[in-house]
Design a protein around this ligand. Structure first.
Ligand code: DMJ
Length: 357
């Protein structure tokens, strides 16, 4: 069976690791290890940048055009596995691919949306934080926090500087994160959408609270255009570009981070409004469905698994007692599975960025 390595890693390997840490049953860790071992062949490429697909039975790999997310958004899962099993191979292979990608960054310090895994050539020059790139940056930061990895910290700081300098956009409609050429930094689009909202969690974790508050105002503005957020807008005109609603977690996730960091009631109220919109427009007799169009609220008979793993979790946390969860104790992976640092503090992983360029 051929699977997409990235999706299996963040959803299933991540879920199993989290279940192991929360429950303590070693079978969860065994299953996570078995699955990760079957995913590992993707990293056997000339550059170290992983292929996208792998056959879990034969180990055959395919799809040699990839994006930063599918290169780096497994760092937490493979890093956790290495820490918990004592076998460095998972983190080492994954980090090697991330470093190979980072070393090919543009003059802005940023990466673009498509790259060839065999040659390392970029097939796109557009830098943004939307789907395909988002969790690459998220994992540089969260990996540096969870593992204390100095290389990741350096990569994160370079990326943050690039995003603040070239993608961040103060406009008459508020502060947004747009799109720019990865080398020249020239603005290429003024698109912002549901996926981009994850950025506020990163801003809060890295201590940029003022910027996060500005972006939060924009996120809520986008949400209240039609009482529920569209997939994307052009923030220069505030017009909708994609009108569907997939009940993604990022907007409520962002609101949760800002509320917890500031303690200001208005952010709690924003989260409550978002939760009530989901209840009002997406609930059906047997569960929840997505919307085809936020303007008409026409229902769409489909639902993604991240609704259960992430959206419902952030909704729950909004109303849960304080002691249930703290960012001091856990890092949430990009699928909202909680990971905890429970290992020998001296373990830092074996792969060092300086070793290979
Ligand atoms: C989730 O599957 C993950 O958070 C992923 O990294 C990007 N966003 C989707 C949900 O919108």
């Amino acid at each position: 069976m051929e699977v997409q390595q990235f999706e299996i890693a963040i959803r299933l390997v991540g879920g199993l690791i989290s279940a192991y840490q929360l429950d303590g049953d070693a079978r969860f860790l065994q299953l996570a290890t078995d699955l990760a071992d079957r995913l590992l062949p993707v990293f056997n490429t000339p550059t170290g940048i992983p292929y996208r697909m792998v056959n879990l039975r034969t180990g055959a790999i395919s799809k040699n055009t990839t994006n930063p997310c599918e290169v780096g958004s497994m760092l937490l899962e493979y890093g956790m596995l290495s820490k918990l099993t004592g076998n460095p191979i998972y983190y080492e292979k994954c980090k090697k691919g991330v470093v190979a990608l980072y070393n090919r960054r543009g003059k802005t310090g940023l990466v673009a949306g498509a790259i060839n895994c065999d040659t390392g050539e970029w097939l796109d020059n557009r830098a943004h934080i939307r789907g395909g790139i988002d969790a690459y940056y998220e994992y540089l930061l969260k990996g540096s926090i969870l593992f204390g990895d100095a290389d990741l910290k350096e990569m994160w700081e370079t990326s943050l500087k690039g995003i603040n300098s070239y993608l961040g956009d103060h406009t008459n409609n508020g502060y947004w994160i747009g799109e720019a050429d990865m080398n020249t930094g020239a603005r290429t689009a003024t698109t912002f959408g549901a996926l981009d909202c994850f950025w506020n969690g990163c801003l809060i974790l890295t201590g940029e609270t003022d910027l996060a508050k500005e972006l939060q105002a924009s996120i809520f503005k986008m949400w209240t255009l039609h009482d529920v957020e569209p997939e994307s807008i052009d923030y220069s005109t505030m017009e909708i570009q994609s009108a569907y609603y997939m009940i993604r977690p990022e907007a409520i996730e962002s609101t949760y981070y800002v509320w917890k960091a500031t303690g200001q009631k208005k952010y709690y109220e924003m989260g409550k409004t978002m939760f009530e919109s989901i209840e009002k427009y997406c609930q059906v007799e047997n569960g929840y469905v997505q919307l085809r169009d936020v303007r008409t609220k026409e229902k769409w008979d489909t639902l993604e698994s991240f609704f259960f793993a992430e959206t419902m979790k952030y909704c729950y946390l909004f109303f849960a007692p304080e002691h249930v969860f703290s960012f001091k104790d856990y890092v949430l992976n990009t699928e909202a599975h909680p990971f905890k640092n429970t290992w020998d503090k001296n373990w830092r992983g074996d792969y060092k960025m300086a070793n290979r360029r």
